[in-house]
Design a protein around this ligand. Sequence first.
Ligand code: SF4
Length: 440
Amino acid sequence: MNTPMPQSHSFISDTSEPAPLIPEGEDEPPEPGALATTPVSRPHRHTFGQIVRFPIHRAGIINPAARLFRKKFFPGISTKLWNDWQWQVRNRIHTAARLEAMISLSDAERLAFTTAARALPLGITPYYMSLVAAHDPDQPIRRTVVPTVQESIHTAGEADDPLGEDAMSPVPGLVHRYPDRVLLLLSDFCSTYCRYCTRSRMMGHAALYPNRSRLEQAFAYIEQAPSIRDVLISGGDPLLLGDEKLSWILSRLRQIPHVEILRIGTKVPAVLPQRITPRLVRMLRHYHPLWVSVHFTHPDECTPEATRACSLLADAGIPLGSQTVLLKGVNDNLDTMRQLVHGLLKMRVRPYYLYQCDPISGSAHFRTPVQTGIDIIKGLRGFTTGYALPTYVIDAPGGGGKIPLMPDYVEGREENDLVLRNYENQVYRYPDPCAACSIS
Ligand code: SF4
């Protein structure tokens, strides 16, 4: 059954300014720290197929496909409104009827809306919908956001919470799995829902809200644990909060002396690049060292809009890394992955992790054999720069953390030589100083 998100979510308002998240008078965040006031305006050069120039503050970018889509389904909507991120969120496609008005659904897709087992709601921003093929249910982008009945098929080894996050949550919405870092989930709301989401069990149910009392519990937990030096803010998408609320959260975390690094995990640059505004990045740059993990899955996401969003973040000195999930029928071949990692580098995003798809309930149609991922890494290593190479990992079911997977380049040992095979399948020997025979 379809589980539509409410039309008017309290994350957004009808004004052009970001809305406060907390209802008036209940839990207002304090005033944010002073925001930088001098906008940076200069031509920007990128290489998305061709060289284009645009002032960095300009929000009027719209690629030709999106322009056609807007004309067809949102006639009369100006470029300015289209590029208003709050308009994009308010007008996201979240019902079967709206979806079917835009694309021809396959039987498997239509059935998804009458199957009660589907946990994750439908949500697609108009911008991201413009990247979806109207008549091809196998198009990679479409597979990642349009539900199918296969989500209701549960196979052996799958679980609603495969990483055991709920058991490692000392405070609601705070996951403490590794010794020196925590994951702080701000909300369960995303502008676009990925059908393979590891947190499908909780996303879009309006059960996890960034209210001040819950967040203060999380801050208190972090304050009393000096070993925590790194906080990853994720969700739901943290960048769907208004600038003031987000600034308050970051400033609270910055007040904790032992928190050295802040990180934000977001898919916004791929699905809602309009959210990355000069005002947002002027606020973010106050909280360095701040890293942003973005979530790209396919080269078709590397549009001029996404390039502009990543440029704004990178120009604010924010290091960008991409976390990509290996998905059957989406990016599970070398050619697609090569295009993706090259596209990311051109947007100044370092491919960071390639995840084996977590065994969430109803994910069999997305999961590939592990060997597929190893073969992709083998096909990239040596054939392109090491900067383009993500670390391929399995997030161990049950909460074991990320375990890296590598092609095996070590053939063995012959006396003091380590025998190695390079990317061209040639064998080389390295005189490996063994502990017993080394000269001190
Ligand atoms: S953006 Fe992240 S949290 Fe949101 S649905 Fe996609 S994978 Fe899940």
